[in-house]
Design a protein around this ligand. Structure first.
Ligand code: ZN
Length: 217
């Protein structure tokens, strides 16, 4: 459901901001070295579509993931560009079907995470670490953050409506950067639990009781 911002009539500030939702299926971020091993030497990924945040893209390349008991998931997309570190982002449903324990972590926090086998057309690579279930998070520009009185690494709540399965998502990690665009990132399990689909939006509430000189609206 597409929502509109709500304003405080007295101050003119937004009290609730409608945030577009991006829904991720399970996917992988791989290093250039692993991509070369899996595909071929000096291999370049092929862009299929832009991903939700600028500079990220869904590629035409897909891999198979094999869990510790041999169960596998086929056709898992690689998100480009190549990264410095391999990171496998699974929904908890997919992690269960692979019989792998994926901890809920924010991107890049990979210490102690389980590994997995990634299979490409040329060979397979066993990664020692890197499997996570991504912490739900919202991307904000610095201007969005100011009007919502939020700061980078805050935790906030986002509510959904209009689907007859409304949910308040707690523990939503706030990430702020001029490189971002306003967007809530959920995985497919989270979106399905709330009956959300692509193009829907959710409410992000302005943090109350915050008085900071850099807060405007
Ligand atoms: Zn994100």
């Amino acid at each position: 459901m597409l929502l509109m911002n709500a304003k405080d009539e007295r101050t003119g500030c937004d009290t609730k901001v409608a945030v577009p939702i991006a829904i991720s299926r399970s996917h992988v971020h791989l290093t250039a070295a692993v991509i070369e091993e899996l595909f071929c030497d000096r291999y370049s990924l092929h862009k299929a579509a832009p991903a939700s945040q600028p500079s990220q893209y869904i590629t035409m390349e897909k891999v198979t993931l094999v869990g510790p008991t041999g169960r596998r998931i086929l056709g898992v997309p690689i998100i480009g560009p190549p990264r410095a570190v391999n990171q496998i982002e699974l929904s908890l449903t997919d992690a269960q079907s692979l019989e792998i324990r994926a901890p809920v972590r924010e991107s890049g926090d990979l210490v102690g995470t389980p590994g997995i086998v990634v299979v490409g057309p040329r060979t397979q690579v066993k990664l020692g670490t890197g499997v996570i279930c991504a912490q739900r998070h919202v991307h904000l520009t610095p201007a969005d953050a100011r009007r919502l009185a939020l700061s980078d690494r805050d935790r906030t709540e986002v509510s959904t409506t209009g689907t007859r399965r409304g949910i308040v998502f707690k523990d939503v990690l706030v990430r702020v950067s001029p490189e971002y665009q306003l967007e809530l990132h959920l995985d497919l399990d989270e979106a399905n639990a709330a009956g959300l689909k692509r193009g829907d939006s959710a409410w992000l509430e302005r943090r109350v009781g915050v008085s900071r000189p850099d807060v405007d609206c």
